[in-house]
Design a protein around this ligand. Structure first.
Ligand code: ACO
Length: 325
């Protein structure tokens, strides 16, 4: 089978910067609490008239331009998101229309914060099998639309944004490697938006109880995130018979600086962990896509070097893969 490679990346974040100090005006919190627990200083929050597909379309256009690929050449467009514009149609279809990817098959992929990693694996499989030549993978979120702005334990943690990657066969040795993916649906309730779906349709009661907003058991999520991310990295390195020393940069889901530092310490690769959570907060499925773009464009990794992408999110879902720059 042929290998798939990332031939272009792009990102978009909304203009509005919301600092920890700004949040002090909204909920009973402090810059010191937020920064010491999460490593976050600020996040971007989308305008009222900006939906997830708007952020996604900007990131997609940037990635296509970076790759030198026309929108009309895209065979498959996958949007990883937990904050779609609507329940249906998919955000991917809305992005397709915005960017003119008229030939593309379009679908959303739901794996919460691990969505971009899961979507990269789908793209890799499509290219390896010959089902598609060009795949556009987007991670995009307007988390602010699903936050309870009266709950200080969650609203300070998230931000809005989008990142994208274009995949094609380029004849690389590894390109996007075969991923390790996992899930545990028994823990779904620890991190979820309970209402608005078929289990608990929208009603005055669900609105009053704020069940359309994100709920999280932070402590539990933290524990599971660290152990699954560490295990996933070991698994993917074993699968590819690689040693941690052969990896130029580890790019983790940007949930929280303490999670990232704990994972780095357990793997003994602290100084090679990429982190931008200080500027964007946790942008869920967009976080890995944005971090990948920034790692590549900042020169943290150079052409031919290897990265490990590793994620954990609601579901629970998790995974890791090897990406050749
Ligand atoms: N400002 C001030 N105080 C706060 C805030 C806030 N924003 N939020 C909560 N608190 C209070 C709580 O009310 C609680 O007070 P109490 O003890 O009087 O009841 C106290 O702070 C809890 O503090 P800690 O126990 O120190 O909090 P902890 O160390 O657990 O940190 C955090 C909380 C940051 C949420 C941590 O649990 C965490 O990082 N969890 C992982 C969350 C995460 O990253 N989730 C996403 C990962 S997966 C994904 O991306 C979908």
């Amino acid at each position: 089978a042929r290998t798939a490679s990332i031939v272009g990346t792009g990102m978009y974040v909304p203009e509005r910067v919301v600092t920890n100090r700004d949040l002090e005006e909204i909920v009973d919190t402090s810059d010191e609490w937020i920064f010491s627990r999460t490593g976050m200083r600020e996040r971007r929050i989308a305008a009222e008239d900006q939906a997830t597909s708007d952020l996604a379309a900007e990131a997609a256009k940037a990635a296509l331009a970076d790759a030198g690929v026309a929108a009309a050449e895209v065979d498959q467009l996958i949007t990883a998101t937990l904050s779609p514009d609507m329940i249906f149609p998919s955000t991917a279809c809305l992005v397709q229309h915005r960017i003119g990817a008229d030939r593309a098959a379009c679908f959303d992929l739901g794996a919460a914060c691990s969505g971009f990693l899961y979507a990269l694996e789908q793209a890799r499989c499509s290219i390896a099998s010959g089902a598609a030549d060009t795949v556009l993978v987007i991670g995009a979120e307007k988390m602010s639309a699903f936050l309870d702005w009266e709950d200080r334990s969650t609203c300070v943690l998230f931000g809005d944004g989008a990142g994208a990657a274009v995949l094609r066969a380029r004849g690389d040795r590894i390109g996007v490697g075969e991923a390790v993916l996992g899930a545990d649906g028994s823990l779904a309730e620890l991190l979820c938006v309970p209402a608005g779906g078929s289990r608990m349709p929208a009603s005055e009661d669900t609105l009053r109880r704020r069940l359309h907003c994100l709920r999280m058991e932070g402590r539990e999520v933290y524990k599971h995130a660290v152990s699954h991310m560490v295990e996933s990295v070991y698994d993917v390195l074993r699968r590819h018979e690689l040693d941690p020393d052969e990896i130029a940069c580890f790019i983790p889901h940007q949930a929280n600086a303490r999670i990232i530092q704990a994972v780095g310490a357990r793997l003994d690769v602290e100084e090679r962990m990429f982190m931008d959570v200080e500027r964007y907060g946790n942008t869920s499925a967009a976080a890995l896509a944005i971090a990948l773009h920034e790692a590549v464009k900042s020169g943290t990794v150079s052409r031919g070097e290897l990265m490990v992408l590793v994620a954990f999110g609601g579901g629970f879902t998790w995974g890791a893969n090897i990406v050749e720059c």
